[in-house]
Design a protein around this ligand. Structure first.
Ligand code: CAA
Length: 280
């Protein structure tokens, strides 16, 4: 695979685009919002410059990576990609529409993938005419740092598609794990209910946010506490994942905590809105 398409220039989309460009692949990053696209492009440039200034990436490689990145507003520009990874908003109807659009313009051999954090791969695949060449390729935030990629098969994903995805993920230095489709896959089914529980502990006044985070850092050896992690992931994303788990399993243990809803309603989404459980 030489050319990778990425749909969505937000935190995950731009992180994925940077990863592939940095690893020598041509990348077409597409978004319908011009301002977001430009913000994503600038974020990649800044991140590459930071790596260069720290001596982690030669200056000329940082520049070459930027040279391999094309930013576009047009879906048609994804037509020649070998693999297209959709990393747009976590909403089923929006993702389906986007995937139908890209399915219509891409060649027969293009593999389509989604970076969804919890939606059904099988349902998304069924919106396209190539469910055998469709799967979940789920990266973790921050993409440049986190080693894991979950590879999720839908009901119709072919062996060839899975193996091609596995090869490309390994080629860019990530460690894949094979997962059968299930709500929240593996990581988010464990991680997000833990965050939801931390929100409940905060709401009950059992401990302060700082104490909760300190407890999990020092008591469970987590790199950051659950509330700081919620701010990193985005409280809206955490809520969307809890909603999927709650709806799919119909089990009250996955009920989103009202405080998590309140935070999202108040636009306290975390780092991306400069305020979540903490201020940024
Ligand atoms: N992009 C690239 N590099 C980053 C970064 C980013 N956004 N954030 C931090 N880093 C780098 C820093 O530059 C730094 O590198 P150096 O050591 O070379 O200086 C290194 O990571 C450590 O950063 P910091 O010292 O600033 O802070 P830290 O020690 O707390 O590490 C962290 C930051 C790596 C994010 C760490 O806190 C961590 O691992 N947190 C947990 C992250 C996590 O669990 N992610 C999964 C979220 S779930 C998900 O993504 C799935 C989903 O579907 C919702």
């Amino acid at each position: 695979m030489k050319t990778i398409g990425v749909i969505g220039a937000g935190t995950m989309g731009s992180g994925i685009a940077q990863l592939f460009a940095q690893q020598g692949m041509y990348v077409v990053m597409q978004d319908i919002n011009e301002a977001l696209l430009e913000r994503g492009r600038q974020g990649i440039e800044k991140s590459l410059q930071k790596l260069a200034s720290k001596g982690k990436l030669p200056e000329e490689e940082a520049q070459a990576a930027m040279g391999r990145l094309t930013c576009t507003l047009k879906t048609e520009d994804l037509a020649a990609c070998d693999l297209v990874i959709e990393a747009a908003t976590e909403q089923m109807d929006i993702k389906k529409k986007i995937l139908q659009g890209v399915d219509a313009v891409c060649g027969e051999s293009t593999i389509l993938a989604t970076n969804t954090s919890s939606l059904s791969i099988t349902e998304l695949a069924a919106a396209t005419k190539r469910p055998d060449r469709f799967m979940g390729i789920h990266f973790f935030n921050p993409v440049g740092v986190m080693k894991l990629v979950e590879l999720i098969e839908g009901i119709a994903t072919s062996k060839e598609t899975f193996e091609a995805a596995e090869a490309i993920v390994k080629a860019v230095g990530k460690t894949p794990v094979a997962v059968q489709e299930a709500p929240g896959f593996v990581v988010n089914r464990i991680l997000i209910p833990m965050i939801n529980e931390a929100v409940g502990i905060l709401a009950e006044g059992v401990a302060s946010k700082e104490a909760i985070d300190e407890a999990m850092k020092l008591g469970a050896n987590h790199p950051i506490g659950p509330l700081a992690l919620a701010d990193l992931i985005g409280n809206d994303v955490c809520l969307a994942i809890m909603e999927v788990l709650y709806e799919e399993f119909a089990d009250s243990k996955y009920r989103p905590h009202p405080l998590l809803r309140k935070m999202v309603r108040g636009n306290r989404l975390g780092r991306k809105t400069s305020e979540g459980f903490y201020q940024y």
